[in-house]
Design a protein around this ligand. Structure first.
Ligand code: NAD
Length: 443
């Protein structure tokens, strides 16, 4: 049987734009109905998505629920609870010279047709959470899943049209050629999650149409460990944050910065933490994910000799397994410190103390996240005031991005713009200034 010819990007965007122009996506009722349908998709077909995530990344069902499916359900619920309030026009004080019969306010207008391009590491969450925001803000949306998570991409392409309004939401699968073709079209906003090299490609394409972009990028997120902290607690939290999804998390602690004595005590604590989480043979643990593909496996194994192995250091290419690995005595110029690791390797780099740690961070690209483990309020305050990062986590990696009322996004090389909760409404809307004066002035 002949496959139907896929819709050309220009025709697809024109079709969605016609829906938007017709006003269908604007009423609150349409938006909330779409969000409820998306929620239904996640609850009714969550096991299909979980199976796809397992096929792509070896993700356990529990982790798929916590970090992708359940995560998105919580984002939907938060949005449904608050959307009407977020969208309420906000009055602005009017100067006396305009007369007291003049009113002014801001209102959120949907932008139009939005493009969401997602990466492979949380291939469901990072496509669906932006989609939640784009729909809540009243837009038509094209979503492009990552071709590097093919099972999840196929599942989303099959499921989303079954649940959502296909005149307003479309899934386009594919890799560079398909994305390049989409990027030639005029969108009203492009929301891209992935690496900075492609982020630049996206921004250049967007510039042709003066399309605003949100770029959710990555980089090396440091974790500073102060002296005199409870290192068993620190090691447990570092290991959970680092080795979740086998380190393939944009906000994973990339490396540890600490003084030499603390490093020496942290090494056995991290070894114990890894064993407590995944047992003495993590390859046999159902809770531990695999590397997405051979290219990344080879890249990561090339980083394993950047320091002395404290724990892990082994892998198996056939199953794309790399053990949770901690490296000590790591030179800041070594390969593992020259790129975002994006895998289960945690280097420990030593500095003399807080001042040098702050300089170390500020000498490098602004990170997506910065983590601080310190009992000292002064230390926490100094790092907050003297460094710049997309987010700052004291005592607990990753968790800031699960707080729906916090904006999630980077700064500098780690990205621009933010989303989640009401910040998604800011991102996917235009805040329009409105002034109204009666035509029969009272004075
Ligand atoms: P990826 O390879 O899946 O690429 C992301 C998207 O870009 C895909 O949909 C892909 O098809 C598209 N793409 C790739 N090359 C392209 C090109 N030349 N032109 C147009 N589109 C193209 O994912 P990745 O970039 O390897 O993702 C990993 C990076 O993403 C890491 O740096 C990570 O830190 C970052 N990341 C950031 C966040 C965040 O929220 N800030 C979340 C996850 C990942």
């Amino acid at each position: 049987m002949n496959q139907p010819t896929p819709e050309q990007p220009a025709d697809l965007v024109a079709r969605l734009r016609a829906t938007f122009r017709g006003g269908r996506t604007k009423p609150l009722e349409w938006r909330t109905a779409q969000l409820r349908r998306l929620r239904d998709m996640l609850t009714e077909s969550g096991s299909d998505l979980a199976a796809a995530l397992h096929a792509d990344l070896g993700k356990s069902a529990a982790e798929a629920d916590r970090t992708e499916i359940g995560f998105t359900v919580r984002e939907i619920d938060h949005t449904l609870d608050h959307l009407a309030g977020w969208l309420r026009p906000e009055p602005a004080p009017v100067p006396d010279r305009l007369g007291d019969d003049t009113r002014a306010w801001t209102q959120y207008d949907p932008l139009g047709v939005v493009l969401v391009i997602a990466p492979w590491n949380y291939p469901a969450q990072l496509l669906l959470a932006p989609l939640v925001g784009a729909l809540a803000a009243g837009n038509a949306v094209v979503v492009k899943p990552s071709e590097l998570a093919p099972a999840t991409s196929a599942a989303l392409a099959r499921l989303l049209p079954q649940y959502l309004d296909t005149d307003a939401v479309a899934v386009v699968e594919g890799g560079i050629p398909e994305t390049t073709a989409l990027l030639a079209e005029r969108f009203d906003h492009i929301f891209y999650t992935g690496n900075g090299t492609v982020g630049r490609v996206v921004m250049r394409a967007a510039a042709e149409h003066l399309t605003p972009v949100t770029l959710e990028l990555g980089g090396k997120s440091p974790a500073f460990v102060d002296r005199d902290t409870d290192l068993d607690v620190v090691a447990d939290r570092l290991a959970r944050g680092k080795f979740l999804n086998a380190g393939q998390t944009c906000v994973a602690p990339d490396y540890v910065l600490t003084d030499p004595e603390t490093a020496a005590a942290l090494e056995p604590a991290l070894t114990r933490a890894v064993e407590a989480l995944y047992g003495s043979d993590p390859s046999a643990s159902g809770a531990y994910s695999r590397i997405v593909n051979e290219r990344h496996f080879d890249r990561l194994t090339g980083l394993l000799d950047s320091g002395r192995t404290v724990v892990g250091g082994v892998g198996d290419r056939a199953t794309k397994y790399i053990a949770p690995t901690v490296l000590a005595d790591v030179d800041p110029e070594s390969p593992v410190m020259r790129e975002e690791i994006f895998g289960p390797i945690l280097p420990i780099v030593t500095v003399s103390g807080l001042d040098e740690a702050i300089d170390f961070i500020n000498d490098r690209d602004k990170p997506l996240a910065l983590y601080v483990f310190s009992e000292s309020g002064d230390t926490r305050d100094r790092i907050a005031a003297e460094t710049s990062s997309g987010g700052l986590g004291h005592g607990l990696p990753l968790a800031h991005l699960t707080v729906s009322d916090l904006p999630f996004g980077g700064v500098g090389e780690s990205g621009m713009g933010s989303y989640h909760g009401r910040y998604s409404i800011e991102t996917f809307s235009h805040r329009k200034a409105v002034l109204e004066k009666p035509l029969s002035p009272t004075r």
